[in-house]
Design a protein around this ligand. Sequence first.
Ligand SMILES: Cc1cc2nc3c(=O)[nH]c(=O)nc-3n(C[C@H](O)[C@H](O)[C@H](O)COP(=O)(O)OP(=O)(O)OC[C@H]3O[C@@H](n4cnc5c(N)ncnc54)[C@H](O)[C@@H]3O)c2cc1C
Length: 457
Amino acid sequence: MSAEGIDRVVIVGASLAGLRAAEALRDEGFTGRITLIGDEAVPAYDRPPLSKQVLLGQVAPEATALPHTRDIDARWRLGVAATGLDLSRKTVLLADGTKVPFDRLLIATGTRARPWINEAEARLEGVLTLRTAEDAEHLSRLLDAGPRRVVVVGAGFTGSEIASACRERGIEVTVAERGAAPLVGALGGVVGDVAARLQRAHGVDLRCGVTVTSLEGDEAGRLRRAHLSDGTVLDADVAVIALGALRNTGWLEGSGLAAGPRGIAADAACRAFDHNGIATDDIFVAGDVARMPHALFGYQFLSLEHWGNAVEQARLAAHNMLAAGPDRRPHLWIPAFWSSQFGVSIKSVGVPTMGDEVVVTQGSLEEGRFAAVYGHRGRVIAAVSFDHGRWLDHYTGLIESAAPFPPVFTGVDRPPPGTTAVSAGFPDPSVPSHGPTVTVSGYAPSERRITFTPAPA
Ligand SMILES: Cc1cc2nc3c(=O)[nH]c(=O)nc-3n(C[C@H](O)[C@H](O)[C@H](O)COP(=O)(O)OP(=O)(O)OC[C@H]3O[C@@H](n4cnc5c(N)ncnc54)[C@H](O)[C@@H]3O)c2cc1C
């Protein structure tokens, strides 16, 4: 049976969030029509292995297809992009001229890799980004050919994972990072310094505080050299541009939705805002393209490029699409992310970038095996672990209960060594939120409540 008045659900973006939302709609009992529209011609696949197992040759790019958790009985329109949205007529316009009407629309168009700034240089053979299975297949082929050197531009998670795969394959790699350390934007300077040591210990030629200024090719259009801002010139056959992602919102220009370079703004129920800041009742967003407030993080709008976030928001959007007002649920999932690089499993929970301070609570930075907790205005806001993930559930609990920072260790005579909080060392610290601190309680799906507690004095 369909929810009242809802017969046609259209999902734009047929990847992780799109697929999981379709499955959740059926789980919720929706019996109407589901149409999935995706501009990639291939069925939904998983992206995390693309910079890990695929580059190591452990998994073929075509073997990353996402498993279906159930039959969704949907119409798939793959290989065709949505190019426009008519809010008043409730139709999605496709590149082939088709108009697809909907009662409820889910936008899950994710992100794309930020391209190299110089278009001519970006076209050189050997210069590429990594976002799709096709990109991964291309990069794997280039690595198989045994390049003299790979230059990775940008030492965020993707860049660092690519460097790790190169070293594991015995390929010379230079990582050029504008910031002071790898992962500094995501995890801050204290943890970034550990990541830098890790890279160098594995033979990465890591250059921080520099940018790549140009890429030079030969007459045949093949990459030959990379020029750095410190005057260095590196011979290289491959350059991977790992400068982050851009949100796929261009097709919504002029639609009247609050969509822009930072994503599509939505309320905590995944309902997209129009450009007047009014929540639409029939258009929902999920995954990397979404931007929505989170009660636990000062109601800041969070845009997350996290696998788990895409899955959670997809389920939530599906539920809220069909639910009547009081039965709608807010997005209260605690952000969680993982990465594996240089043999180390890195995990984070919460929002480290909101952290003013960080304290190592287990293990040690020197060993490179530790758990560290981030604090914001005297409350625990995030935690990160390097090969120390077993305790992350505990730290998630501290984040959920807005526990005092630094965390208190009850049951031990003395606090563990190194429990002095220091500046987290983010290059561009976000302005602290002045909202109330919030405690989340009640995780039964039927009873999700939030309790407000005053901010600490
Ligand atoms: C190399 C790599 C490694 C990663 N590793 C990790 C990891 O270790 N841990 C982690 O937590 N996360 C990781 N991620 C992030 C994770 O994969 C994403 O958070 C997740 O894919 C988001 O899913 P999504 O469905 O929101 O968006 P996407 O996966 O980006 O899917 C959006 C889909 O919409 C399509 N689309 C875009 N515009 C249109 C349009 N106009 N019309 C039709 N279709 C359109 C896109 O082509 C795409 O198929 C990684 C990502 C990459 C690229």
